[in-house]
Design a protein around this ligand. Sequence first.
Ligand SMILES: Nc1ncnc2c1ncn2[C@@H]1O[C@H](COP(=O)(O)OP(=O)(O)O)[C@@H](O)[C@H]1O
Ligand SMILES: [Mg+2]
Length: 239
Amino acid sequence: METTGITKRVRTGIFGLDKMISGGIPAGSQVLVIGMPGSGKTLLSLEILYHNAKLEVPSTFITTEELKDSIIDNIENVFYAFEDYIDIIEKNTIQILHKPIIDDFKSKENFQKFIAGDIINALDSNKSKIVVFDSISSLRSVVEDDRTFSKYVTYTTEIFRDYGITSLITMEVSDLDMSTNKTGLYSTSMFDGIFRLGIKDVSGTAQYIIEIPKLRNTAHRLSGAPFQITEKGFDILAD
Ligand SMILES: Nc1ncnc2c1ncn2[C@@H]1O[C@H](COP(=O)(O)OP(=O)(O)O)[C@@H](O)[C@H]1O
Ligand SMILES: [Mg+2]
C-alpha cells in the first residue's frame, strides 16, 4: 500500500491509472466500475487483483455470471504475459468464486445472509483486502424496482465498508443508460468512487476510454483517458 498525504491507498498497479488518481484508490473505498458490455470491467478488475497479489495482498473475485473456468480462460487468453496468474489463483491469494444471483434474493433476509454471511466468510478465509463483485447488474432483475435495487446495493457497500475492505463493484449498463444517466447511482453516497469505462468509435476503430468522475479523498484527473488492452495489461495512453 502507498500513502499520499494521510490517505492509505491501494495501488491499481496500472501505471497510467495510478497516475490519474494520486497513486491509488483510498483503502476501504467502495468503487463502482460501470460500463457497457465489452468495455473492460472484468479485465480491469482482474488486473488490479493481480498486481496486488504480487505485493502479497490477498483478494476475492466474485463472479455472478461467468463460471470460474471461463474467467481463467479469459486471463490465459488476454493477459498471457502474467504467467504466474494461475499459480496465484491456485495458492488462493486471489480466490475466484462463482456466486450466481438467485431468485431467493427477492427476500431481503436471504440477500443479507448472502452478503453478510456467505460473502464475508469467504473474504475472511483468505484474509482478503480487496473484493471484486462482478457484476451487481443481474440483481436488478430479481428485485421489483430501481429503488429496491438501490437499497440492496447500499446494503452491500455498507457491509463491505464496515468490514474495511476495498471493493470494486461492476455494473453493466447500456449505451443509452450511460448517456441519460438513468442508473441513478451517480448522485448517491453509496460509492466513494466511480470508474466509468466506455468504447468510442473513432473513425471506424473502437477506442476504449476510462473516466473517473468521482473518487473521495483524491485529487483525480477529470478528463477521460484512452486505453488499450494488451497482453501485459491495460495501457493508459497519454494524450
Ligand atoms: N486477447 C485480447 N487482447 C486484447 N483485448 C481483448 C482480448 N480479448 C478480449 N479483448 C477485449 O476485451 C474486452 C472485454 O473486456 P471485459 O473486461 O470482458 O468487458 P466487460 O467485463 O466490461 O464486459 C472486449 O472488448 C474485447 O474486445
Ligand atoms: Mg464482464
